[in-house]
Design a protein around this ligand. Structure first.
Ligand code: ADP
Ligand code: MG
Ligand code: ZN
Length: 477
């Protein structure tokens, strides 16, 4: 029996406002526990919430970038449950009338692009954080009340890889909007994954499980793959899948049950009586629309169109907004019409330097001018690719220009054919055995002779040119 996986993702992103959703407490990460709290976010009786305008604006901005319909009339509801990290015993959220619905994200699959529907986008507040120690648990309420945006997809994702692509695309968009850090490690982006199986071609959805506790996109992918396998093994044996929430254990790479899944009615949602409903005018929406920058997909298409980049190269260059700006600055300043040699440096050596240093392309301290100059040296054959990579490392470490380094170390290679002809002649004369070997078909001997030329020139010969010259001389001898 063939089964098809059906996946829906619920993503929470913390919005990067200075203050919390309903009070003036700071949202800064990493400070002394419980130093950023007040009567409102601690749920003291008699305290009243006031909505942070910027949180709503940011939420609208994201919803627009996700192609959603923004609702003119929106309101907040109380989601009631008891948990030690929730001082009010309810969370202010949106249930009945979410801020936005009916959006979509375009993802790349193997062959084509695919649209994944976004069911709803709503604004809510974060809970506090429990810190479990050996025999006690502590609670930090600094996080309680930080604005969270919940983005719920339709169950239209059909593989762990598609889920991965969806998350990547979502994260990139939000990063470009600069409204969240989207850092899974710091918890500013979290993802719950719902997954069920159904017989291929079936219409109805199967029973799903909800997976939690994944702290990277890779973990989401792995957890889904595990869960799909687990469910299919049950179904094959004609055993039912239990609707439940399961936790991913990164160490042992498997999910295990946490609790049976509660239903909406368990939360006894009702309208938040302390907040009025909100009217979002078309004017407001238009105003926010104007603040949306060029988004990653648009940038990618423009890079492909304007600079004749390949889709692959463009995809790498747009993956972070700052890197994309840096790359574009370089590409624009690069004098040749064919940008490929420069792009190869950007996504090759420069990117690996950036990765090694856990930094971006833009903040390595290499200016577009210096990078272009370095590429120029290689393009003119004045230094080898290998030498240039070493020069690049030094440029970053010593904050020097390529010219300074190349001049100081006398790195310009001998590309002058007549100089190399002389040296090649000498080398052949001094190594009659290798000459004979080569002429008897031992092609290795040629590389030995190239090595001799390099040695004689203290590695400054252009090895490609040296090889050409040697080969011609030997073949014509
Ligand atoms: P819940 O009330 O359990 O949170 P929702 O209906 O709100 O469930 O859906 C939550 C997420 O689960 C959504 O992303 C939705 O697309 C997805 N989902 C719903 N039903 C299924 C299913 N049978 N299989 C896979 N995903 C599903
Ligand atoms: Mg849900
Ligand atoms: Zn507060």
């Amino acid at each position: 029996m063939n089964y098809e996986a059906v996946i829906g993702l619920e993503v929470h992103v913390q919005l990067k406002t200075k203050t919390k959703t309903f009070c003036g407490c700071s949202t800064e990460f990493g400070n002394t526990p419980n130093s950023q709290v007040c009567a409102v976010c601690l749920g003291f009786p008699g305290s009243l919430p006031v909505l942070n305008r910027l949180a709503l604006d940011y939420a609208i901005k994201v919803a627009l970038a996700l192609n959603c319909k923004i609702h003119e009339f929106t309101k907040f509801d109380r989601k009631n449950y008891f948990y030690p990290d929730l001082p009010k015993n309810y969370q202010i959220s949106q249930y009945e009338l979410p801020l936005a619905t009916q959006g979509f994200i375009e993802i790349k699959t193997n062959i084509e692009s695919k649209r994944i529907g976004i069911r709803r986008v709503h604004l809510e507040e974060d809970a506090g954080k429990l810190i479990h120690q050996e025999d006690l648990s502590l609670v930090d309420f600094n996080r309680a009340g930080i604005p969270l945006l919940e983005i719920v997809s339709e169950p239209e994702i059909n593989s762990p890889q598609e889920a991965y692509e969806y998350l990547l695309s979502l994260k990139r968009k939000i990063e470009y909007l600069e409204v969240s850090d989207c850092d899974m490690e710091k918890g500013s982006l979290r993802c719950d994954a719902n997954v069920s199986l159904r017989k291929s071609g079936a219409k109805d959805l199967g029973t799903k499980t909800e997976l939690k506790n994944m702290n990277s996109f890779k973990a989401v992918k792995d957890a889904l793959a595990f869960e799909i396998k687990r469910q299919s093994e049950l179904l094959v044996k004609n055993r039912p899948v239990t609707q439940e929430t399961r936790l991913w254990d990164e160490k042992i790479q498997r999910t295990f049950p946490m609790r049976t899944k509660e239903e909406a009615q368990d939360y006894r949602y009702f309208p938040e009586p302390d907040l009025p409903p909100f009217l979002i005018t078309q004017d407001k929406i238009d105003q926010i629309k104007k603040t949306i920058p060029e988004l990653p997909e648009e940038k990618k298409l423009r890079f492909i169109r304007d600079y004749s980049l390949s889709e692959y190269d463009a995809t790498i260059l747009i993956s972070s907004k700052k890197d994309a700006s840096f790359a574009e600055e370089c590409i624009k300043a690069y004098p040749d019409k064919d940008k490929k040699p420069l792009v190869n440096w950007l996504i090759g050596p420069l990117l690996s330097e950036a990765n090694n240093r856990k930094s971006g392309l833009w903040n390595l301290g290499v200016s577009p001018r210096d990078l272009i100059e370095l590429v120029g040296f290689v393009q003119r054959g004045e230094i080898s690719h290998l030498t240039a990579k070493a020069v690049l490392t030094e440029m970053i470490d010593m904050r020097k220009s390529p010219r300074e380094i190349i001049n100081a170390k006398n790195l310009i290679q001998i590309s002058d054919a007549s100089d190399l002809e002389k040296i090649a002649e000498e080398v052949i004369r001094e190594n009659p055995k290798s000459k004979e070997d080569y002429q008897r078909g031992k092609t290795n001997a040629l590389m030995f002779l190239v090595g001799q030329v390099m040695k004689k020139t203290k590695n400054k010969a252009n090895p490609k040119l040296a090889q050409e010259i040697l080969k011609r001389r030997l073949d014509n001898a």
